[in-house]
Design a protein around this ligand. Structure first.
Ligand code: MN
Length: 270
């Protein structure tokens, strides 16, 4: 292919990454390393499933390239990028450290991002909504009480399974297998997440978890999903003017280094 140009790092106000799954064979570490070295941001948000602790525990798989990613992120944190880590279900052990700072990396359960226009975005991984997704699969109704109760149940189920040494059981994954139409699952997830964000007074939400990058509006809430680095190699970025974009970083990275590809217009592609 054409000449690979050494491009100046692309500068953004914010970058969101999730579902990297370090320690899992499927992680596309080389692409991510290339992305990290080609981009800069004031804030780097890591919104869950960054390290796949279930996989590490099971397989002890941890290649050099995964180390390089950790080192690159820590270097960024040292050099002034604000790095905020919101654990997901595959790295839920780190939730115990919420409120703490390790090597300039802040750990939070969830976080509020304020856009340049003052709009407030809720940042969460998204696994907390699995129980509601399951409920919607059974009956398409959410009462306020049931909704709160299900959020509670999901936390309790996780806790009990963890206490007894079972891996996290993804209701979302279960539903995904059950529901014939994957798009329906994706739409339901977006709706459930946005309902929660709306109820809590946010203008938008950024999450991951379902490995499907997306930017769309649901019930007047801006829904952004930054995708993953196992199947799709996608990142969400915020330009200095506040514009949100999805970047798809794969084999065509030489081309993509020059042109942003907004894959939001084709949500079925992934
Ligand atoms: Mn997840």
């Amino acid at each position: 292919m054409g000449t690979i140009q050494k491009l100046k790092p692309r500068k953004y106000r914010s970058i969101w990454l999730s579902d990297i799954h370090l320690g899992y064979k499927g992680c596309k570490a080389e692409y991510l390393l290339d992305f990290l070295k080609t981009t800069e941001s004031d804030i780097l948000y890591l919104i869950g499933d960054i390290i796949d602790l279930w996989s590490v525990k099971r397989t002890m798989y941890w290649p050099q390239s995964h180390n390089n990613i950790v080192r690159t992120i820590l270097d960024k944190a040292k050099q002034g990028t604000r790095v905020i880590y919101i654990p997901g279900n595959h790295d839920e052990q780190l939730r115990e450290y919420a409120g703490m700072v390790f090597g300039n990396v802040e750990i939070h359960h969830e976080y509020t991002h304020v856009a340049p226009d003052g709009k407030r975005m809720l940042l969460v991984h998204g696994d907390a909504y699995d129980a509601i997704m399951k409920c919607r699969g059974v009956k398409n109704y959410i009462g306020n009480l049931g909704y709160e109760a299900l959020l509670y149940c999901n936390r309790q189920i996780s806790l009990i399974r963890r206490t007894f040494g079972f891996p996290y059981w993804s209701l979302s994954g279960f539903v995904k297998r059950q529901v014939k139409d994957a798009m329906e699952h994706i739409n339901n997830f977006a709706e459930v997440v946005c309902m929660d964000a709306a109820k809590r007074g946010f203008d938008g939400v950024v999450c991951g978890h379902i490995h499907h990058a997306d930017i769309r509006e649901v019930r007047n809430i801006l829904y952004c999903n930054d995708g993953d680095w196992v199947e799709n190699c996608t990142a969400l970025v915020e330009q200095k003017n506040g514009q949100m974009e999805l970047i798809h970083w794969t084999e065509q990275q030489v081309t993509l280094n020059v042109n942003h590809v907004n894959i939001t217009s084709d949500p079925v592609a992934a």
